[in-house]
Design a protein around this ligand. Structure first.
Ligand code: 9Z3
Length: 360
């Protein structure tokens, strides 16, 4: 067993599965069965898009948590482009983050589109506002796509909040996909855009209740008794002068397991987020060398909506290739989405990958 495999089994053995996992699995199973019965699994490609940030709770009854930055823009827009290019999409996203199709209307309050008519007896539509929304945001086109994909059940949405929920759900999805696609799993594209925590506190070491800041309460035996005695990774007491000290464990490097075991011949893309320009390419190459998957897409927090870089291995497996996709000044002003430029390139790469396996 490799170190990564050991860390992975340790994680799943020592952290509890989310309570709603059986319901998620049933929903997923039903989605895949529906497409199997309709012959779609042989015809269509499928993509798992992860989106939004994972949280790390600091208490079992969680009031405080550490969050990872991501609004879900990248994931939700990408899911939409994949759908519009014929993919089935499993959208694993942070609860309440942006969703495909709705992401265009983030700042719009739909209540403002409604009006009360007949002295409060009837609900009506404010036609002027709807038509303004249509001309500003292409509402009709988005609505048509949304209706088409939901009617055909091309899209399955599953949510997570914590890093624990994310990892358990990711594993459950991979098990089902593996069973349904079997040796055709090269038709699966894995697109890991979620911002995943690097550090966490294992469930067994979380304080049970809200951490108190008041020194008198902290020293009260009743409070101490109500807390988890194993919660040693969070320290706050008079000996720390009331400072909260956190000790976080590293999250096991799951990407290695994903590549090796969960999705062996699937096309796997991970994202690398940095804020320091000078580090980005180096970190993308490191990820590729470490996990040996197909592609890393690098982006900087500050310019993520304007440029991304594809880093992958050269065909001869010697050295790396960098391809930048950048919006031009006028495209930025016109609101062009960078996903509209790089997703078609990804689809070409995935198609070549499929051709390679099918011609064997
Ligand atoms: C990304 O880099 C995404 O592109 C963003 C998208 C999170 C920047 P928004 O949702 O932002 O459009 O607001 N995602 C991956 C981030 C990440 O956690 N990557 C890990 C790392 O960098 C590897 S899996 O170590």
């Amino acid at each position: 067993m490799t170190v990564e495999n050991e860390q992975e089994s340790d994680f799943f053995a020592t952290n509890p599965a989310p309570k709603n996992l059986p319901q998620i699995s049933a929903k997923l199973h039903e989605f895949l069965e529906f497409h199997q019965e309709n012959g779609n699994l042989n015809k269509k490609k499928i993509v798992l898009v992860t989106s939004g940030g994972t949280t790390v709770p600091l208490e079992n009854n969680t009031v405080r948590f550490i969050d990872n930055f991501s609004a879900g823009t990248r994931g939700s827009l990408s899911a939409e482009y994949f759908l519009n290019n014929g993919y089935l999409v499993i959208f694993l996203h942070r609860e309440f983050s942006l969703l495909p199709f709705l992401n265009h209307f983030g700042n719009i309050n739909f209540l403002d589109l409604l009006q009360i008519e007949n002295d409060g007896q009837k609900l009506g539509l404010d036609k002027n506002k709807v038509s303004k929304l249509n001309s500003d945001h292409n509402l009709l086109k988005v609505l048509k796509n949304y209706k088409y994909h939901t009617a055909n059940r091309n899209y399955l949405s599953i949510s997570f909040t914590t890093i624990n929920e994310y990892l358990f759900t990711l594993r459950a999805i991979s098990e089902d996909l593996k069973n349904f696609y079997e040796e055709k799993n090269f038709r699966i594209l894995i697109y890991l855009a979620a911002a995943v925590s690097d550090f966490f506190i294992p469930q067994s070491e979380l304080p049970e209740h809200k951490i108190q800041s008041n020194l008198a309460i902290l020293e009260d035996p009743q409070y101490q008794q109500s807390q988890n005695p194993e919660a040693k990774q969070i320290e706050i007491s008079s000996s720390t002068n009331g400072k909260l000290k956190l000790n976080l464990d590293p999250v096991p490097k799951f990407l290695k397991t994903i590549v090796d075991r969960w999705y062996n011949n699937s096309f796997i893309i991970s994202f690398k987020l940095e804020t320091d320009d000078g580090l980005l390419i180096k970190k993308c190459k490191q990820a590729l060398a470490r996990y040996d998957h197909q592609l890393v897409i690098g982006n900087l927090l500050q310019s993520r909506k304007e440029k991304v870089v594809f880093v992958n291995k050269n065909i001869d497996q010697q050295g790396y290739k960098e391809d930048w996709f950048k919006l031009k000044e006028n495209e930025i002003l016109d609101g062009v989405q960078i996903e509209s430029i790089f997703i078609p390139e990804l689809i070409k790469l995935h198609d070549n990958w499929i051709d390679h396996f099918e011609s064997k």
